[in-house]
Design a protein around this ligand. Structure first.
Ligand code: 7O9
Length: 481
């Protein structure tokens, strides 16, 4: 009897157990293989590229799913709800995103102000120079809004708009960026915010036209099922994929010592804050609002957590997150397919906490004393930067530069913390993914009543039958036609 239960457990959780083993073996192998080259030497970039090859294939497959997934999910979810209900669900999601992001920033600020990791630390750790570009915060925010309204949706799949500043001809060293001339260009990278906005608008149009466009709605629903089917296949590669991604990353890094040495306290404060937010605060909120067991909820998300840690990209993890949420945590697909792509785009609790902590740490390192007003300004910019990151070309450092700029710190100071960023990024990504997932679950809980009032219209691929044995589609068609 016991053995049977164990067998059932192993069978149901085989993939998850394999993926977690993949993460652990990846770490052990990475650290172990670092010791192979002779003292003072390291693995050549070519060797590392062979090792990352398999992880890279996994990452490419996940990334290939992002575009079809967000477009079809958003259109089919918004299209199957009426306007007032999608407004309510969207509103609840945004309220959750803003509240939790602000909570994350406050947690980070309290930690960094109390622990003071920058006091007495040595400011010479920045031996890597960061590439930064000349931008003003205003231009960055205007670019974000411009990117929301893409003039060409085919181009939006490939490029984002970016404002470019060039120094005046008569004074190439002009320090005031406001005196530089302004032009615009398109840079490589998917304009995700433009695509999300366009898909939502298109979904609203389908919902407004109702039965007139039922076939188009069905097309997007079925396309979305097909994408999730492929996701189900790709997920089986995750144990091997994350193993090689993690091993290769560990081999590529210059010096693992800084994580525990020079920048150790900074690393501990940031990672501690991020993990506390994701594994204590968010689960507590989840419990308070839904009265469900958060431990079981996180357990069911472990596949997504491992993928987020391995890829350090919440967008690449999105297909896995959606699968875990729908298949294991039984969240209504009309909610998950609507709020997850939006969450992946604008809700980044880990990133917001990190940017606030990083800016204050650098200020401490530079001996700059911050007023209460400075700290409020940092909080606001860190929140805005995490919301806008996906709409800003080459976001990574640019957003942190924006936060540093609010207290007058130079862009080059980003280089002080770059040495541990690759590892913090993984923790941020895990918590960003968890934040989106808890949000979808809480919103689904509060929208349950309104959702049961309308037929599911086969959103999760399972045809639902009523007491007469008719599928809900038949009912829907009969009702509408
Ligand atoms: C982290 F919705 C999607 F899935 F289609 C989507 C696609 C792309 C959502 C977001 C993006 C995107 O481009 N995001 C993005 C995120 C762009 C730039 C920076 C970041 C911040 O990334 C996090 C961080 O560095 O803290 C983290 N690596 O969650 O992926």
């Amino acid at each position: 009897m016991r053995r049977e239960r164990l067998q059932i457990f192993l069978k149901e959780n085989l993939l998850t157990l394999l993926t977690i083993s993949g993460v652990i073996i990846g770490i052990v192998l990475g650290i172990g293989l670092r010791a192979v080259p002779a003292e003072g030497e390291k693995w050549s970039p070519r060797d590392v590229s062979y090792i990352s090859f398999i992880g890279d294939l996994f990452l490419r497959m996940l990334k290939a799913l992002i575009l079809p997934l967000i477009i079809t999910s958003l259109i089919s979810a918004v299209g199957s709800l009426d306007l007032s209900l999608s407004g309510k669900i969207g509103g609840r999601a945004v309220l959750y995103y803003i509240t939790t992001t602000i909570m994350a920033v406050i947690l980070g600020i309290v930690l960094v102000v109390v622990v003071q990791p920058g006091k007495g630390a040595d400011a010479s750790s920045g031996n890597i120079t960061a590439e930064t570009r000349n931008v003003t915060t205003t231009d960055t925010l205007l670019d974000l809004v411009r990117n929301m309204f893409s003039p060409n949706l085919v181009q939006a799949c490939l490029q984002q708009y970016q404002t470019v500043l060039t120094p005046p001809k008569d004074n190439p060293n002009e320090p005031d960026l406001n005196l530089w001339s302004v032009s615009g260009k398109y840079t490589d990278g998917m304009n995700i915010i433009g695509l999300v906005v366009a898909a939502i608008v298109f979904g609203i149009a389908l919902s407004a036209l109702k039965e007139e466009v039922l076939i188009v709605l069905k097309f997007f629903q079925q396309f979305s099922h097909a994408t999730m089917k492929v996701t189900g296949w790709v997920i089986w590669l995750s144990p091997i994929g994350v193993l090689f991604l993690i091993t290769a990353k560990l081999l590529e890094m210059d010096d693992l010592g800084v994580v525990f040495g020079k920048l150790g306290l900074y690393f501990a404060v940031t990672a501690g804050g991020i993990l506390f937010h994701g594994f204590v605060i968010l689960p507590a909120l989840f419990f308070i609002f839904t009265r469900q067991n958060p431990v079981r909820f996180v357990g069911n998300m472990s596949q997504a957590i491992a993928t987020a840690f391995g890829t350090s990209s919440s967008s690449a993890t999105l297909p896995v997150t959606m699968q875990c949420l729908e298949e294991k945590n039984n969240i209504d697909p009309r909610v998950s397919r609507f709020v997850l792509p939006i969450g992946a785009t604008i809700n980044m609790d880990g990133t917001a906490l990190y940017e606030a902590v990083a800016a204050i740490f650098i200020a401490q390192l530079r001996g700059l004393s911050l007023s209460f007003g400075n700290i409020v300004a940092i909080s606001i910019t860190a929140t805005a930067a995490s919301i806008g990151a996906a709409g800003i070309p080459q976001a990574g450092l640019v957003t942190l530069v924006m936060v540093l700029d609010t207290v007058g710190l130079p862009a080059e100071d980003v280089s002080l913390i770059i040495a541990v960023d690759w590892l913090l990024d993984r923790f941020r990504t895990v918590v960003n993914v968890l934040g989106d997932s808890y949000g979808a679950a809480i919103v689904a809980h509060y929208s349950q009543k309104e959702l049961t009032a309308i037929p599911t219209n086969e959103s999760n691929g399972k045809v639902q039958r009523n007491s007469m044995g008719q599928s809900s589609e038949t009912v829907l068609f009969e009702e509408r036609l």
